[in-house]
Design a protein around this ligand. Structure first.
Ligand code: DC
Length: 222
C-alpha cells in the first residue's frame, strides 16, 4: 500500500508524513531528498545544474543505493551519505533546476518505485499521486498559505543555520513554487482523487489525525 502526500514546499508534508507513517506502521519516504541528493552531487562535482548533458552524464556514472533505516528509506551516493548538506543553501537554491530535468525525473521515479520492496509506504513529494504511484487510491494534497509556509520554513532554517529571515524565505518559496508548478515535466498538480487538506491554522496533530482517520475509515489499518 502506498499513501501519497503531495504539496508545495513547507506545507508540512515531511512532519505530517513521518508521523502518519509511524501511526500506520508504514515506511516513510521523503522523495524530495533524492532530488536534493542529485543536486548535492552536482554542487560537489562543480556541475552546472542547468547543463542537462552534464547532469545526464553524472546520472550514468554515479550510484544511488537505497538504505532502510528507522522505518525510513534513505540513500548513499557513491557510498557517501550527504546528511544535512542537502538542506543547506547551495542545494536549496539549485534543486528546482535539477527537479525540472527530464533525465533526473526518470532516474528518481524509478528509484521511488523500487522502494515498494521495503513494504507499505507513506511517500511525500510533488508528483507521487500524479506520476510515481497514480494507481494508489490513498492520495492527499497538503497545502497552506504562502506566508504560513514561509514562517514554518524560517523557523526550521533558524534551528539549523542560526539565521532565517521570513521575507527572504517567502520570496525563495515563491520562486520555487513557480518553478515547480510551471515546469513541463511532472509539474506540481493536485492528483485526480486526492483529498485536499489546507493546514493553515491547523496543528500538526490535527493534520495527522485527519489523514490517519481517513485511512482507518478506508480500512487501510484497524
Ligand atoms: O520537498 P523538498 O523541498 O525537499 O523538494 C526539493 C525539490 O525537489 C523541490 O524543488 C521540488 C522537487 N521535488 C519534485 O519535483 N518532485 C518530488 N516528488 C519531490 C520534490
Amino acid at each position: 500500500m502506498i499513501v501519497a502526500v503531495d504539496g508545495p514546499s513547507a506545507s508540512g508534508k515531511s512532519t505530517v508524513s513521518r508521523r502518519a507513517a509511524q501511526a500506520l506502521g508504514f515506511i516513510y519516504v521523503d522523495s524530495g531528498a533524492l532530488y536534493r541528493g542529485v543536486t548535492w552531487k552536482c554542487v560537489k562535482e562543480g556541475i552546472d545544474v542547468t547543463d542537462s548533458q552534464a547532469v545526464t552524464n553524472l546520472l550514468i556514472r554515479m550510484t544511488m543505493d537505497l538504505v532502510l533505516t528507522d522505518n525510513a528509506v534513505g540513500y548513499v551516493i557513491d557510498g557517501e551519505d550527504p546528511g544535512q548538506e542537502i538542506r543547506a543553501e547551495p542545494v536549496r537554491e539549485r534543486v528546482s533546476d535539477i527537479a525540472a530535468q527530464q533525465s533526473v525525473r526518470v532516474y528518481i521515479v524509478e528509484k521511488l518505485r523500487q522502494m515498494t520492496q521495503f513494504g507499505n509506504l507513506v511517500m511525500e513529494g510533488r508528483d507521487i499521486g500524479t506520476v510515481v504511484f497514480p494507481e494508489s487510491p490513498y492520495k492527499y494534497y497538503l497545502d497552506a498559505d504562502p506566508e504560513e509556509r514561509a514562517r514554518r520554513r524560517a523557523v526550521e532554517i533558524q534551528q539549523t543555520e542560526g539565521t532565517g529571515d521570513v521575507d527572504e524565505v517567502l520570496s525563495s518559496l515563491r520562486r520555487r513554487d513557480q518553478k515547480d508548478s510551471s515546469r513541463v515535466t511532472a509539474p506540481l498538480q493536485i492528483a485526480l482523487g486526492a483529498k485536499i487538506i489546507n493546514s493553515t491554522g491547523m496543528t500538526i496533530d490535527q493534520v495527522v489525525d485527519t489523514i490517519v482517520s481517513d485511512l482507518k475509515k478506508a480500512g487501510v489499518v484497524s
